[in-house]
Design a protein around this ligand. Structure first.
Ligand code: GDP
Length: 227
């Protein structure tokens, strides 16, 4: 997919403030510092598109970017842990929870994971949460230029195995680097394919209402990390 235009649209503090859901949405989420802003800028080929994350306060907002006038890239605030009564609990803001749970035009969630780390409980729990809700997601292992490719492959495999213990979802997996631009064309191609499928679905099922939870996800073969 060629990016012809990428524009910041709006920031929303909660679901009610999100813009009317006209275009298909592709959301990006991950722990702070995972490389989310960098990846968004790489995909959009705009250096400062996602610089909003640098501004304190803005990091808690859901940011919408209109791409090519026909889809929306959604930058979600990250997630973390809260220590509650001696128990670690997956914690992310209400806006994100509502958005993920209720946004009817959400097509995919891209969960960003640092390729240099062994499987992190927090990432696994979040992905498990998505799986439980049948939300279609893909994984993006970031910063693969920072280490030998074999280390990234091992990290991806470890994560995949850990994930298999808690969910049956078999997400597409991408490796990314803003230095070598690894993953850019694969992720954009994946989005393009999802956009085409969305069109087909609309033609086939014009009366369908509500969130499209594409079980067709299962047909997405897990993909080895690209070099
Ligand atoms: P965010 O907090 O998830 O939005 O993370 P940023 O995009 O701000 O990135 C955090 C840091 O990691 C910055 O210093 C980036 O330059 C760096 N970074 C992000 N992605 C990559 C990557 O693919 N390769 C390398 N080498 N550094 C990266």
């Amino acid at each position: 997919m060629k990016i012809k235009s990428a524009q910041f649209a709006v920031s929303a503090p909660d679901l009610a403030s999100c813009p009317p859901s006209a275009l298909p949405e592709f959301a990006f989420i991950g722990r702070s510092n995972v490389g989310k802003s960098s990846l968004i800028n790489l995909l959009a080929e705009k250096k400062d598109l996602a610089k909003v994350s640098d501004l304190p306060g803005k990091t808690k907002l859901i940011n919408f970017f209109t791409i090519n006038g026909n889809w929306t890239l959604v930058d979600l605030p990250g997630y973390g842990y809260a220590k509650v009564a001696r128990e670690d609990r997956l914690e992310f803001n209400t806006a994100v929870r509502d958005y993920l749970g209720q946004r009817s035009n959400l097509r995919r969630v891209f969960v960003l994971i640092d390729s240099r780390l062994p499987p992190q409980e927090m990432d696994l729990k979040f992905v498990h949460w998505l799986g439980q809700r049948s939300l279609p997601f893909a994984l993006v292992f970031t910063k693969v230029d920072k280490q030998a490719i074999q280390h990234s492959r091992n990290a991806i495999e470890q994560f995949r195995q850990a994930l298999a213990k808690s969910t049956e979802a078999q997400p597409r997996i991408f490796a990314s680097s803003i230095v070598t631009k690894t993953g850019r064309s694969e992720i954009l191609g994946f989005i393009e394919q999802a956009l085409t499928q969305a069109k087909g679905k609309f033609v086939l099922a014009p009366m369908m209402r509500g969130p499209v939870r594409d079980s067709a996800e299962a047909a997405d073969e897990p993909e080895a990390a690209s070099e």
